[in-house]
Design a protein around this ligand. Structure first.
Ligand code: FMN
Length: 191
């Protein structure tokens, strides 16, 4: 099974990247699934542009290829100004429909204080219409993120493992759903 963890911050040494790496480790050790990391810091994506991407063309091709090959996603998204950071939305726009089409994804939001609810709600409210990404009902909100690590084995940690397991069950079974959906003639209503 191919899984991608998206680190949704373009900051150097971000908490999103730290948490994404913890998720990679935990998934590998406890569930035997090794997710790849896609960082919005190292992959400095251009803004969506209908005129094309010039020297960034290859970046966009690779982005779409990697996500198309993946069966599931974990989006680690910080709360910025009570919102999802714009480059996460930009990435979803750049991906278009096919790479995320009816694939399950787990939302993990982070906040250095008591936030984290707004970006979760924003993703659920406004990112699936054309991408067709399927956010699973579970989500993890990591508050006071700078003080959190996997060693604490607390409630958040246990939730994370359980929701990763849930995500992978969706991932296994949604292949069949995509197969059946691809036979429907639904182009008229958008891919
Ligand atoms: C531009 C900006 C806006 C922020 N706004 C919020 C906010 O509205 N609510 C909140 O809980 N934290 C906010 N924070 C603090 C972030 O939760 C904290 O910096 C977190 O580590 C950011 O994730 P990152 O390190 O992955 O970029 C903000 C941080 C930045 C950089």
């Amino acid at each position: 099974m191919e899984v991608i963890v998206v680190s949704g911050s373009n900051r150097k040494n971000s908490q999103s990247e730290r948490i994404s790496k913890i998720i990679q480790e935990v998934s590998t050790e406890k569930l035997n699934i090794i997710p790849k990391l896609y960082s919005l810091y190292t992959n400095d994506l251009p803004l969506w542009d209908e005129e094309g991407y010039g020297e960034n063309d290859k970046k966009i091709i690779n982005l779409k290829k990697e996500f198309t090959q993946s069966n599931a996603f974990i989006f680690v998204v910080p709360e910025w100004h009570g919102m999802v950071p714009p480059h996460v939305k930009n990435m979803i726009l750049l991906l278009g429909s096919k790479p995320l089409w009816h694939k399950p994804a787990l939302i993990v939001t982070i906040s250095s204080s008591n936030g984290g609810a707004y970006p979760a709600m924003e993703l659920r409210g406004s990112s699936h219409k054309n991408s067709h990404i399927c956010w699973i009902p579970e989500q993890v909100v990591i508050r006071n993120v700078k003080n959190w690590n996997a060693k604490s084995e607390d409630e958040i940690f246990n939730r994370l493992i359980s929701y990763l397991e849930t995500l992978y069950i969706y991932a296994k079974n949604m292949e069949q759903i995509r197969k059946e959906l691809s036979k429907l003639d639904i182009k008229e209503f958008g891919m």
